[in-house]
Design a protein around this ligand. Structure first.
Ligand SMILES: *[C@@H]1O[C@H](CO)[C@@H](O)[C@H](O)[C@H]1NC(C)=O
Ligand SMILES: *[C@@H]1O[C@H](CO)[C@@H](O)[C@H](O)[C@H]1NC(C)=O
Ligand SMILES: *[C@@H]1O[C@H](CO)[C@@H](O)[C@H](O)[C@H]1NC(C)=O
Length: 288
């Protein structure tokens, strides 16, 4: 009769001794907290923020969401009700999931932009881990493609081509990149003008391209293709996508230089042999 009881107590003691060791050594060390949030969200839409963590449900004590280091939501499992919301959340209406892992920011305004983070606390051992903050930006995308304006549409080789590309109003202000025949142009040829402010925190931008037209620019059909991209953000780091991108492409006609020797050279190259013989025989008639 004694044996099973001793065995039973030994098991419990073993559990009591080993549990804290096991917990400190592994549970806390392997606690991962990651905030999954969109880097860009469109004005008036909904952003979903998920505090993804590895704490088992029976060990979970608390989940908190922060914006710019200010608490915007708190969930404490043992409390009734478990949720605490501040009176007001910057630039959005907050909705939370029952289990406290997800919040939704509805009808976001520009003030909702900022650094978001979350923290998870477990009970055994008492331990808190925070997620790396995620910068979320509320944007108002461009409503139309950018426009390209020229001084003129036909150029002779050697002339200076000048064009302006202007974005439509947006927030934040878009960035303009110029391309010639699909290749990004040297930034030295581009002048960025000061931004133009519009209502509702929107701004537009203009960038000028100034380049000397060379024979290298001209494609087979005597045209040069120039295009302008207007993007938010300006540049991409690693493999993210543009939050907003609008493009405009135009063809510019290039005519050969009016210079006498070179146009004569082009003329000769373009004549076929029978045509040359024809001209020679015609000339022969006049030259006895
Ligand atoms: C949450 O994290 C786990 C592993 O830590 C991963 O398997 C899962 O895909 C993540 N959830 C989301 C929505 O990314
Ligand atoms: C918590 O709730 C969200 C939304 O209802 C759900 O997607 C998620 O799977 C839940 N997570 C856990 C750990 O129960
Ligand atoms: C481009 O914009 C600048 C600044 O607004 C202006 O001075 C210039 O004349 C414009 N050029 C063209 C080709 O429209």
């Amino acid at each position: 009769m004694q044996r099973p009881v001793v065995g039973h107590w030994r098991k419990i003691l073993l559990l009591v001794y080993s549990l804290p060791l096991f917990s400190y050594a592994t549970l806390a060390d392997h606690m991962n907290v990651l905030l999954i949030a969109p880097p860009y969200v469109t004005l008036g839409s909904t952003a979903t923020l998920l505090c993804n963590h590895t704490v088992a449900d029976e060990l979970l004590h608390k989940i908190e969401f922060m914006k710019d280091e200010k608490r915007i939501f708190q969930y404490i499992k043992e409390r009734n009700p478990p949720y605490i919301l501040p009176h007001h959340t910057d630039g959005a209406k907050l909705e939370y999931s029952k289990n406290g892992t997800t919040i939704k920011l509805h009808n976001v305004r520009f003030e909702a932009s900022g650094y978001y983070s979350c923290e998870v606390t477990m009970t055994l051992p008492i331990y808190t881990a925070g997620a790396e903050p995620v910068h979320m930006k509320v944007i108002s995308p461009q409503s139309t493609d950018p426009s390209i304006k020229f001084k003129k549409r036909v150029y002779v080789i050697g002339e200076s081509l000048e064009a302006n590309c202007t974005s439509s109003p947006a927030h934040p202000v878009p960035y303009i990149t110029w391309f010639i025949n699909g290749k990004e142009v040297n930034p030295d040829l581009v002048t960025h003008y000061p931004h133009k402010r519009h209502k509702n925190h929107l701004s537009s931008t203009t960038a000028r391209l100034k380049v000397e037209v060379s024979a290298l620019h001209t494609g087979d059909n005597g045209h040069l293709e120039i295009s302008c991209w207007s993007t938010i953000p300006a540049l991409l780091t690693h493999h993210e996508q543009f939050a907003d991108i609008k493009k405009k492409v135009v063809l510019v006609q290039i005519i050969p230089s009016p210079d006498v020797t070179s146009s004569a050279a082009i003329l000769v190259r373009e004549l076929t042999l029978p045509a040359m013989l024809c001209i020679l025989s015609a000339m022969h008639k006049f030259i006895p």
